[in-house]
Design a binder for this molecule. Structure first.
Ligand code: GTP
Length: 597
């Protein structure tokens, strides 16, 4: 397809503003999926997905559109992940297209994610077409929202397109605007191949499917290609476009978006943002700005039932094949037995992986406190990475410790600014910048990642009623006064509860953790001391009083079945508990104890 007949775009929106509904409408109106098949087809593909595990990228699609100017255009819509954990991947995929539809719910207006996402698009140099959705609703206020878009985002919204993705109203105008208002891609057909790896996923029949955007040159079935960052060589087995199901195509030229398979075994062999060229007569310089996604948050995953260790290992290995940004190594904990130390891009990533392990593989897991990667500068000159506070060597061997810092950008309505500043300040933040856009403030903070990984999003969400948007980049490692704090339950250190903490905050954190554990650990037949300590010095302490009553006492000893039922119930409860010396700790305690309220 010729360059000036191609338009590549993404849709940016706050959650629930109608991104998926609009994508479906665009597909439907252009007959990409015949109308009468629409429901059946989409449902079908979902069934297939469920039955056979075939992954279908729902919102990535090539649409053919006969425009009013008499020409037929190829429109490529690509879907982008929406969460800050995958910020790097979002920013790469944004660079694969030239424009964005900015969908704003006309009853709600601009919200947190609208801002975060649209700024990504602006950063990528996109032309932006604002679309006001849900104007079928009586509460819609298109004129007010137009003004708000101009005030808050600072782009021209006078030509924003009023639509209802639900009824189909205005959809033809959106298609025309894509053609008329978004720029055509640029690129040279006679130049060496240069394509960006935008996304990749695993399909159980096809293996790894790689989505690319061709910048220069032409890629064809059978070509020998090279991934410039990894140096890996492959032969293209299948070349296709997504409509949204795969349809084979002979070649992809400049400006085009498609997928290929090349007998690649695992998703980890593909790197989002990598440059793909031909093995021979390739291009000299890769696309700029590549950086592999590095895990920044680590935690331990242990089976509740030690017999499940092999099942956990199998499950983790399978998941890892399909997730390049997830890392793992075996770990043994005195308290928790055999498990894995796993690395993630962020907290959401951690939760997604843990949920999948629990649901898809039916495992009961204990997750230890998330921790960042600290750099230990040893007295003998060695520099070590610390992935697990429990591995912290003797302090006398360590000269100093550095921790990762982030540059966090938070956008928030005026009313909540004070609370946001306080939250950042409480987390050892240093304010870098504060500016206003309409009634919204944009705050930039320099924060320790360690203070953000745990429950920062949750706190931010709750103090701003969900109206803040948050984004961050790792900025640098910096030295600070960090120490390891251990938690002792019944005089035994519980390695899974050890954390790295700033010296000045240790007492306060220790006190909070001890208080929480006091509530989280059920009473036993004996008194249980809970202590927080740095080195050998106890800095906080609580005691759980002894339990006196026997649970079966109230059954009078007569009714045997009732008694057994009660004991069974207790046993089931115990599955979620771990034994530490003589004490049983419920697994929820490992996370709850660390929340900072
Ligand atoms: P996520 O995929 O969850 O990010 O949401 P989304 O932005 O894709 O929103 P989605 O398309 O799922 O729409 C959210 C809700 O709004 C759904 O219940 C839709 O049926 C509804 N909706 C979407 N467009 C319209 C519209 O034009 N009018 C009305 N009344 N409802 C709409």
């Amino acid at each position: 397809t010729e360059l000036d007949r191609i338009r590549n775009f993404s849709i940016v929106a706050h959650i629930d503003h109608g991104k998926s509904t609009l994508a479906d409408r665009l597909i439907q109106l252009t007959g990409t999926v015949a109308e009468r098949d629409m429901k059946a087809q989409l449902l079908d593909s979902m069934d297939i997905e469920r039955e056979r595990g075939i992954t279908i990228k729902a919102n990535t699609v090539r649409i053919e559109y006969p425009a009013k100017d008499g020409h037929t255009y190829v429109l490529n819509l690509i879907d982008t992940p929406g969460h800050v954990d995958f910020a790097y991947e979002v920013s790469r995929s944004m660079r694969a297209v030239e424009g964005s539809l900015l969908v704003v719910d006309a009853t709600q207006g601009v919200e947190a994610q609208t801002l975060a996402n649209v700024y990504q698009a602006i950063d990528a140099g996109h032309e932006i077409v604002p679309v006001l959705n849900k104007i079928d609703l009586p509460a819609a206020e298109p004129d007010r929202i137009k003004e708000q878009i101009e005030d808050v985002i600072g782009i021209d919204a006078q030509d924003a397109i009023p639509i209802s993705a639900k009824t189909g109203l205005g959809i033809p105008d959106v298609l025309e605007a894509i053609v008329q208002r978004l720029p055509a891609p640029k690129g040279r057909r006679d130049a060496p191949l240069k394509a960006m790896l935008v996304d990749s996923w695993y399909d159980i029949y096809l293996g790894v499917v790689v989505m690319i955007r061709v910048m220069d040159g032409v890629i064809r079935k059978g070509d020998r290609i090279k991934m410039m960052q990894t140096g890996a060589l492959y032969g293209i087995d299948k070349l296709a476009v997504l409509k949204p199901q795969m349809v084979d195509i002979a070649e992809l030229g400049p400006g085009e978006i498609g997928v290929f398979t090349a007998s690649i075994k695992q998703v980890r062999d593909t790197r989002v943002g990598d440059t793909i060229t031909h093995e021979k007569k390739g291009c000299d310089t890769p696309l700029p700005g590549f950086k592999p996604a590095q895990p920044v948050v680590f935690c331990g995953l242990f089976p509740v039932d030690a017999n499940d260790f092999d099942a956990l290992r199998d499950a983790i290995e399978k998941l890892a094949l399909n997730d390049a940004s997830f890392s793992y190594e075996m770990e043994t904990s005195a308290a928790l037995g055999f498990g894995f130390r796993c690395g993630f891009l962020g907290l959401l990533h951690l939760e997604v992986v843990r949920d999948r392990l629990e649901r898809e593989y039916d495992l009961d897991l204990i997750t230890t406190a998330p921790s960042v990667v600290f750099k230990l500068f040893m007295r003998d000159g060695e520099v070590r990475e610390l992935h697990n506070p429990a591995d912290m060597p003797d302090l006398t061997l360590v000269d100093h410790i550095e921790e990762p810092r982030i540059k966090a950008t938070i956008m928030v309505p005026d009313d909540f600014l004070g609370d946001v500043l306080k939250l950042c300040q409480d987390r050892r933040g240093l304010q870098v910048d504060l500016t206003y856009a309409g009634s919204r403030a944009m705050v930039v903070y320099d924060l320790p990642l360690a203070e953000v990984v745990f429950d920062f999003y949750d706190r931010l969400k709750s103090v701003t009623k969900g109206y803040a948007s948050f984004d961050y980049q790792i900025s640098e490692y910096r030295q600070d006064n960090l120490v390891k704090m251990s938690i002792l339950v019944n005089d035994e250190p519980v390695d899974a509860l050890a954390i790295m903490v700033h010296r000045d905050r240790a007492e306060a954190r220790g006190r909070v953790m001890c208080e929480k554990l006091k509530d989280l650990i059920p009473r036993h037949m004996f008194k249980i001391p809970i202590q927080a300590a740095i080195g050998g010095r106890v800095i906080a302490r609580e005691t759980i009083a002894a339990l006196r009553k026997d649970v079966t006492a109230k059954c009078y000893g007569g009714d045997a079945t009732r008694k057994r039922k009660l004991l069974d119930k207790q046993k089931a409860g115990k599955k979620k508990m771990r034994q530490f010396g003589k004490v049983e700790i419920p697994q929820t305690a490992f996370i709850s104890a660390l929340k900072m309220d």
